[in-house]
Write a protein that binds this ligand. Structure first.
Ligand code: SF4
Ligand code: SF4
Length: 512
């Protein structure tokens, strides 16, 4: 009988991460962006914009029921989806540009997952204390104090999640009306379902999954390597300056001993997160054993302790690194205390590493940023943006489509008149109701609107009107006798004077 060979488990449980508080330029920048982005998200649905008495006054509104997107003075109709497509392409190009120039700057500063996680960690720190207090609480048994702190934190997280989900639904209908309806439990069920889903995802993603979302769920880290190259400025460790690391002139073995005691004291729970290298990027610095420690890195682990991803930037470029730059702040603080120059961890282009290691200055930031690839991205982005702005301001206030009825192509009335029928749609993009006059470019033809004595169509504000229109050619007239004639149909707003025309044709008896 053969004994089954034990296989290694492919499952690795999540190691809790307790980022330490840090201060510095990048932390302040991140706080500023957090306030700005969250402010924009929560406040925008409450901004008003006067578009006229018959139009919604919400500045930013995705009106699914009426198939409109309002953005301040801009209104996008369904047939103008190319504007949305253009903006999405611009957003993609901006992401390419920023990633090629500054690495994962989107992930580190503006991604909703990063922003909400930062907010959740801030709440956690307010309630449970900084890193060491949180580590102790994590290790403590579930007593009354631990329950009290945990429940308080979860409740605040849930409120943030609720506000997040609540703000989202306000983008889709008039916010003040929906707020009243929600409070009266008379809002549509989909509003409650959406809020519940977004509350739950915000609570779980920001509170419990955090770095797991970035490492395992988000596709962006996997494709960013294609966007970055050796000229990209990204957060990196100047190993040529920092290594061999250690405290003073002691041997590496002693340094490892010290690190073990630091870890045992609680700053790190379990081993560090595994190093997942970025494809094509150098990683996995290894310091030979028994090396005299004379680099600038004192191996204090401050950069590791502030990292929201639980990684060590000294291991090289890693997929888990969101380039939040907090390790730069932490290390700069240490460098100031030890009297060393700042920038042991910094935004660095890998192409500068050999020169810097040889004691030469790096290339200027602009040489890295203003290179062909980035200029192409910027050029494409600007070109599409300019085209969209022109298209936006040149688009007409009135549009018309004309569909000739082909079954039958024409009818002969009792007096010999030849009649053609057309389905006409008129889009009135103005904020007031308009009466439109229909006319033709050929004299002698008579135009009438079905169900009306006139040749007028009334279209409410910001709507599309539709009518069956008849064009009659008197018996014996050239158009009545011709097989097919070109025809131009005009529509003119009686009040606004706005006009639109469509080329179509008229089918006669074909006796000529
Ligand atoms: S190593 Fe950590 S702290 Fe440093 S930039 Fe990357 S994610 Fe941020
Ligand atoms: S914070 Fe700076 S000095 Fe401290 S371990 Fe990190 S790189 Fe070394």
């Amino acid at each position: 009988m053969t004994t089954p060979t034990p296989t290694a488990s492919l499952y690795a449980p999540r190691l809790p991460i307790f980022p330490r508080r840090v201060s510095g330029f990048y932390r302040r920048l991140k706080w500023t962006l957090l306030v700005v982005t969250l402010g924009i998200y929560y406040i925008t649905p409450w901004l008003r914009w006067d578009r006229g008495p018959e139009m919604p006054d919400q500045a930013v509104l995705i009106d699914m029921a009426n198939r409109r997107f309002y953005f301040f003075m801009i209104e996008i109709w369904p047939h103008e989806f190319y504007f949305v497509a253009g903006m999405l392409v611009m957003a993609g190009l901006a992401l390419f540009l920023f990633t090629a120039a500054l690495g994962r700057v989107w992930c580190g500063y503006a991604c909703p997952q990063t922003v909400w996680t930062d907010l959740f960690i801030l709440v956690e720190r307010w309630i449970e204390g900084d890193r060491n207090a949180r580590v102790r609480l994590h290790q403590a048994p579930w007593d009354l104090r631990k329950w009290r702190l945990r429940i308080t934190k979860w409740v605040v997280w849930l409120v943030i999640g609720l506000l997040t989900g609540g703000a989202w639904v306000f983008y889709f209908t008039d916010a003040p009306t929906l707020l009243v309806d929600l409070a009266n439990f008379s809002a549509p069920p989909i509003a409650y379902i959406t809020i519940a889903i977004l509350t739950a995802t915000t609570f779980v993603f920001g509170g419990f999954m955090r770095e797991q979302v970035c490492i395992y769920m988000c596709p962006w880290p996997r494709i960013q390597a294609a966007m970055m190259d050796e000229d990209t400025l990204t957060v990196a460790y100047r190993d040529w300056r920092g290594e061999p690391r250690g405290k003073g002139l002691r041997r590496r073995a002693a340094a490892e001993e010290a690190e073990a005691s630091i870890r045992a004291a609680g700053p790190q729970i379990g081993p560090r997160s595994p190093v997942i290298p970025m494809p094509g990027m150098p990683s996995g610095l290894r310091v030979p054993k028994n090396t005299v420690a004379k680099g600038d890195c004192i191996d204090c682990n401050a950069c590791v302790n502030v990292c929201p991803m639980g990684i060590d930037i000294r291991d090289g470029q890693q997929m888990a690194c969101i380039t939040c730059a907090l390790c730069i702040d932490a290390c700069d603080e240490v460098m100031e205390k030890t009297g060393q120059p700042r920038g042991l961890i910094d935004y660095i282009a890998l192409s500068d590493a050999p020169a810097e290691a040889a004691g030469q200055p790096p290339q200027s930031v602009w040489r890295h940023v203003l290179r062909a690839r980035n200029l192409i991205y910027a050029g494409l982005w600007s070109g599409i943006g300019i085209a969209l702005v022109f298209a936006l301001f040149l688009r007409p206030e009135v549009e018309m489509t004309v569909a000739p009825i082909r079954n039958p192509t024409h009818v002969v009335l009792a007096d010999g008149t030849i009649r053609n029928a057309y389905d006409v749609r008129v889009r009135n993009k103005q904020g007031t109701e308009q009466i439109f006059d229909l006319s033709l470019d050929k004299p002698g033809l008579i135009i009438t609107v079905e169900g009306s004595e006139t040749d007028k169509i009334t279209v409410p504000a910001d709507s599309q009107g539709q009518a069956r229109v008849y064009v009659d050619a008197p018996a014996g007239s050239p158009l009545a006798k011709s097989a097919r004639s070109d025809l131009r149909l005009w529509v003119t707003g009686l009040e606004s004077g706005e006009r639109a025309a469509v080329e179509t044709n008229f089918t006669g008896k074909g006796t000529e």
